[in-house]
Design a protein around this ligand. Structure first.
Ligand code: NAI
Length: 484
């Protein structure tokens, strides 16, 4: 079989960029990205794409209408495709068995049923979504239970490892491409077909093949390891604040050990995004289901530590502002869960802001890429507050950071956008209430410079003895003493 037509169900943060890159690198393949959402498809076909990713617009503009098409016609795309990626969302279940932990596979199942209903001939079905281990088995069951004469399927696992904000870069130069397939002649043939697509631009030594179950579990394990590093350094950051050590220096020293490595050792207000939390919870749930409570507890602690870090940071803001933020104005810089994306799913900003709103703070929020509608929606959702009207009155969304700080008591940095490093903080200080505070939850600012111009400066994993307020109030690091 020569692959000519590829279809992807799900035009989201994964399906959109992944298939745009496939279309760009494989001009001999026709790629149809389909979605049930009319709005999303309309945006993919417009000048303003539904997601922001550096480099994405250029790729889409070059391929769209040539060998890359976005549409809502799922049936035709499935019928014509030789290979179908399933790239739909797999959020944490909000109901029933496994509520709050298990992955909700209803969208995956709907795709499998749709494929079974309309497919003709032989199809390779590729799980691109992150799924629990052995989900491919369920897809296979649905497909084979509904197979018509002359129709056959092979199901592969091909998890996506891209990170939002660097998606195009990651897709073009992946650390690895992982393909899991059935250990049979048909399975090997399907793996070879998918390998052929990637080999248009990925060196073959970077394309790893495993069993389907290993591939599925590798994705969950990768996200769990990444989240664990963030929680590990964040746990150390709390120790640094209590003892007078500096977490950047500790991370620098620890990361020089080649067995540990220096990446992903940046202490912060916590991890966010649509994946880490949900994939960790899913892993915990799987471990519980197979009766491994110790394993479940181990990974649960990674997400607990993340929650602790967000709450700790929010509490520190309140404490520093003389134990009350009621009716105080705080300028929030950044709402996206990380820089270079407009995605706010599970953003630490949601949790820190909702804690401050609960305490009665007035928030002036600025983010370079997040739409104000999205911020309002996140902070007034039922999952976050029982008083949406009150919250609505306490938040103001700004399109200019200098306007956001006028008459504010403090600046709170919650996303590591590069532009925050370049602001004229002297100018900002001049229009703020005094004493003016700055809380850097991402450790990106020049703290010494901020202290020198008169900001009371707080960050994660370090205390500044030069802060004038600390000196005036006689606050000092507790002498470290240990008596048995
Ligand atoms: P998303 O929510 O941005 O996109 C999913 C899309 O699927 C939506 O546009 C939705 O309308 C569509 N959809 C859902 N059910 C459908 C159906 N039955 N028929 C047609 N369209 C349907 O989700 P995202 O972020 O792209 O994630 C997709 C999967 O990839 C998830 O399993 C996620 O865990 C995984 N993943 C996400 C990464 C990320 O950075 N966002 C990175 C790696 C994996």
């Amino acid at each position: 079989m020569v692959l000519k037509n590829v279809c992807c169900i799900g035009a989201g943060y994964v399906g959109g960029p992944t298939c745009s890159v496939i279309a760009w690198k494989c001009p001999d393949i026709c790629v149809h990205v389909v979605d049930k959402s009319e709005m999303r498809i309309k945006q993919w076909n417009s000048d303003k794409l539904p997601i922001y990713e550096p480099g994405l617009e250029e790729v889409v503009k070059e391929c769209r209408g040539r060998n890359l098409f976005f549409s809502n016609d799922i049936e035709t795309a499935v019928k014509e495709a030789d290979l179908i990626f399933i790239s739909v969302n797999t959020p944490t279940k909000t109901y029933g068995i496994g509520k709050g932990r298990a992955a909700d596979l209803k969208h995956i199942e709907m795709c499998a049923r749709k494929i079974a209903e309309v497919a003709e001939g032989h199809k390779i079905v590729v799980e691109k979504s992150t799924v629990p281990v052995r989900a491919a088995e369920s897809i296979t069951h649905i497909l084979s239970a509904n197979t018509k004469p002359g129709v056959s399927f092979q199901v592969l696992s091909n998890p996506e490892f891209l990170a939002e904000g660097t998606a195009i870069e990651n897709l073009l130069e992946p650390d690895r491409v992982l393909i899991g397939g059935e250990e049979s002649a048909e399975g090997n043939e399907a793996v070879a077909q998918l390998t052929w697509i990637y080999s248009h631009w990925v060196p073959t030594e970077k394309i790893i093949t495993t069993s389907t179950w290993s591939s599925e579990l590798s994705k969950l394990a990768s996200n769990a390891f990444l989240a664990q590093r963030v929680s590990s350094i964040n746990a150390i950051s709390a120790l640094c604040e209590a003892t007078g050590a500096d977490v950047s220096q500790v991370a620098g020293a620890v990361g020089r050990d080649s067995r540990i490595g220096s990446k992903f050792l940046q202490a912060s207000v916590g991890f966010g995004g649509s994946c880490f939390q949900k994939d960790l919870l899913n892993l915990v749930y799987i471990a519980e289901c197979v009766n491994l409570p110790e394993v479940a507890m181990y990974w649960q602690q990674v997400t607990d530590m993340n929650e602790y870090q967000r709450t700790r940071f929010a509490k520190r803001i309140v404490e520093c502002l003389f134990n009350t933020v009621t009716d105080k104005t705080l300028a929030v810089f950044g709402f996206a869960f990380k820089k270079n994306t407009g995605d706010t799913r599970e953003s630490p900003a949601i949790y820190v802001c909702s804690h401050l709103l609960e305490e009665g703070a007035q928030l002036n929020i600025y983010d370079p890429k997040v739409e104000s509608k999205q911020i309002q929606c996140d902070l007034t959702s039922v999952a976050v507050t029982s008083e949406p009207e009150r919250v609505q009155q306490l938040i103001n969304i700004y399109s200019d950071p200098y306007d956001a700080v006028t008459d504010a008591h403090a600046i709170v940095v919650l996303t590591e956008w590069d532009e925050f490093k370049k602001y004229d903080y002297k100018k900002m200080l001049s229009v703020m209430k005094k004493p003016a505070f700055i809380f850097d939850g991402r450790k990106i600012l020049d703290h010494e410079a901020l202290i020198n111009i008169g900001f009371h400066t707080e960050t994660i994993g370090k205390r500044f003895s030069r802060n004038t307020l600390l000196r005036a109030s006689g606050e000092h690091f507790p002498a470290f003493s240990w008596t048995p």
